[in-house]
Design a protein around this ligand. Structure first.
Ligand SMILES: Cc1cc2nc3c(=O)[nH]c(=O)nc-3n(C[C@H](O)[C@H](O)[C@H](O)COP(=O)(O)OP(=O)(O)OC[C@H]3O[C@@H](n4cnc5c(N)ncnc54)[C@H](O)[C@@H]3O)c2cc1C
Length: 292
């Protein structure tokens, strides 16, 4: 494979993805790059398109399972500073696709802008959150998204409206393009009461977190009128195992990968739980995770 001189220094080969994923497992990426500017990111995507190399974008890695066989393509990390910038203008906040959700929320609250605080404590980045229309407490990121700047797989930058992204419950039409940035339409609010509200949300969120457990993922989307956690607990599958993967006994909507877990263990366990829930309740749980 020939790399242009301007990009060769960015590309790493057979790069281990596991340390970048919340589950901590999975195979390597054939090619991996962490562009340090928007220009480099665009050049990489254009080059990959010319070479017919599939591109995948890595955000915080909190909603991903990579198979043991790895990714036969180019994985691009959005972690560099210039891809994570935040700015506000009036009641609008614009965030780079790689910006951490936690930074976006605290920045908005610090600027006295309400509308994103319910995302506090959700791991990941703006790009990942938009793809899955992340949310909590009945409010999702799509509801305040005004505009999204995307880079198509053939390297063209364009803006689409929040409506065009077709947000629905934990879904969007955004899978496939690179999310460069998003602009959120927020509401001016009193700083003191907004900060108190954020603190309360943080306490509630923390009280429902699993303490001392890492290597976790949230495998299922809550269906209408129920929670995956309750459905799984009710049919007695909390704590169930497959190889090194288990469903948390305390928070059955979380998948936990032990040191010995493989991605295959996780995928088999998710499928078994889904089948059992369908069989016993008639509800077909939808996957929350992207599988690479
Ligand atoms: C403990 C825990 C708690 C969670 N709680 C919640 C919750 O309360 N509510 C909720 O909705 N979700 C929750 N999640 C799921 C997850 O945190 C969200 O879906 C999160 O927004 C994913 O963001 P990420 O950056 O980690 O995405 P990643 O896992 O890195 O990627 C997920 C998908 O998004 C794509 N993607 C990422 N960045 C970009 C980009 N810039 N451009 C294009 N595509 C991109 C990836 O290619 C991949 O397809 C939870 C997960 C965990 C592990």
């Amino acid at each position: 494979m020939q790399f242009p001189d301007s990009l060769a220094h960015l590309i790493q080969f057979d790069y281990p993805l596991a340390p970048h994923l919340w589950l901590g497992i999975g195979g390597p990426a054939r090619y991996y790059a962490e562009p340090t500017s928007r220009g480099e990111l665009i050049d990489l995507v254009r080059w990959a398109a010319q070479q017919s190399i599939p591109v995948r974008v890595l955000g915080g890695g909190s909603n991903l399972i990579a198979r043991e066989s790895g990714v036969d393509g180019l994985v691009i990390s959005m972690g560099a500073g210039p891809l994570c910038e935040l700015s506000t203008e009036g009641s609008r906040l614009t965030a780079g696709g790689g910006a951490k959700l936690s930074h976006v929320v605290t920045h908005a609250v610090g600027a006295g802008l309400a509308g994103l605080e319910h995302l506090l404590g959700i791991p990941g980045t703006v790009g990942g959150a938009l793809v899955s229309n992340a949310g909590a407490g009945g409010r999702d990121i799509g509801s305040v998204t005004e505009q999204i700047e995307i880079l198509s797989r053939d390297g063209v930058v364009r803006s689409i409206s929040g409506d065009e992204a077709q947000f629905s419950h934990r879904r969007s039409d955004l899978c496939g393009d690179v999310i460069l940035s998003a602009t959120f339409r927020l509401e001016k609010s009193d700083l003191e009461s907004l900060t108190k509200r954020m603190q309360k949300l943080w306490i509630t969120r923390n009280s429902s977190q699993l303490s001392g457990v890492s290597r976790i993922a949230m495998p299922f989307v809550d269906p209408d009128g129920a929670t995956a956690q309750r459905l799984i607990a009710d049919i007695g599958l909390a704590g169930t195992r497959e190889g090194g993967a288990s469903i948390s006994a305390d928070r059955p909507n979380l998948l936990v990968a032990s040191e010995t877990a493989t991605s295959n263990d996780c995928l088999r366990l998710i499928e078994r739980v889904r089948e059992q829930v369908l069989l016993q309740t008639g509800i077909d749980l939808q996957s929350n995770l992207q599988i690479w």
